[in-house]
Design a binder for this molecule. Structure first.
Ligand SMILES: O=C(O)[C@H](O)COP(=O)(O)O
Length: 306
């Protein structure tokens, strides 16, 4: 059995509550911001991580990763502030060849620093034409079975979004951030990806998120862990990107993943053997709250606002 020091750990969490989580609205790639409750969840996450590191005589996470959506960036900023970590956010192209070449300068890998890389590959599942719609209304329209099939079946995929209607146009106000339940403009917000010639989705199943996240997990997170002999890193993602990471790392079946829900803002520790990066185990730092809040996520749409 590997001892604490022989393990590499990923602290992974879903962002804190967003304005659209609060309104019970499908969010996907709409760039909703955190609510005050969401910021508090991020602060609690930081305290849990600190406690864990102190109790186990472990350093704080050495590298951070977020999606390209502002709710994960805000969550990471609050965590960094709480942990007194300094560092810059940099957007990386998701191109699979470029991912394998990313390096971290030595001066960033020092105590008190947290370089944070941001990639669309960690974005929430693109929720297609359901984005911006209230969950109870969609449920009413399509019925319980179809609603849960699209939300949780591995191959379930929402209808495609029409970007000419549901994305802010390049010269409209809010092109970089989105507004009124629309996505930010892709050529403005995703200029790095655009320049690299990447194709971004207009609706996704969980299976497709797994496919797009795998090259990032292998090519960046695990490769960098090995190359720089890291003890840990921290990933702030979304319901679907965290489910996808768990599916790959823990080899969860297509059937079983249907029953996995991710609470907002509660860190999960995933331990790997440092030598061969094989998965050892995973556990929530606050398992009781994780269980209660995951059950609430599952019921979204069936019950009043979270
Ligand atoms: O994008 C969203 O609205 C949520 O973050 C994920 O929604 P779900 O739990 O209904 O899949």
């Amino acid at each position: 059995m590997a001892s604490q020091q022989d393990t590499f750990k990923i602290f992974v969490l879903r962002h804190g509550q967003s304005e659209l989580n609060h309104e019970n609205i499908f969010c996907g790639w709409i760039d909703a911001r955190l609510t005050d409750k969401g910021k508090q969840q991020a602060r609690n996450s930081a305290q849990l991580i600190k406690q864990y590191c102190d109790n186990n005589d472990e350093p704080l996470p050495q590298v951070g990763y977020t999606s390209r959506l502002v709710r994960t960036q805000q969550t990471m900023e609050v965590i960094m502030e709480e942990l007194a970590l300094k560092g810059d956010f940099s957007v990386i192209s998701g191109d699979v060849h470029a991912l394998k070449k990313i390096e971290l300068p030595d001066e960033l890998l020092v105590k008190g620093q947290l370089p944070v890389l941001q990639t669309w590959r960690l974005n929430e599942r693109h929720y297609g034409a359901w984005q911006g719609q209230r969950k109870p209304n969609v449920l009413k329209d399509v019925g319980d079975e179809e609603y849960m099939r699209i939300r949780r079946d591995y191959q379930g995929k929402p209808p495609l979004v029409d970007l000419s209607l549901e994305m802010v146009q390049p010269n409209e106000k809010g092109a970089a951030t989105g507004y009124e339940f629309k996505e930010p403009n892709r050529t403005v917000k995703y200029a790095t990806e655009d320049a690299a010639g990447e194709t971004l989705p207009i609706s996704e199943s969980l299976a497709e998120v797994v496919t797009r996240i795998r090259p990032f997990l292998d090519g960046v997170v695990l490769r960098i862990a090995k190359k720089y002999k890291l003890d840990s890193c921290i990933i702030v993602g979304h319901g679907s990107s965290v489910r996808s990471l768990l599916k790959i790392i823990e080899d969860i079946t297509d059937q079983e993943i249907k029953n996995v829900d991710i609470p907002n803002g509660i860190p999960l520790v995933i331990e790997f053997d440092k030598n061969d990066l094989s998965f050892i185990k995973s556990f929530y730092l606050d398992p009781e709250s994780a269980k209660i809040n995951a059950a609430k996520v599952r019921k979204e749409g069936f019950e009043k606002n979270p």
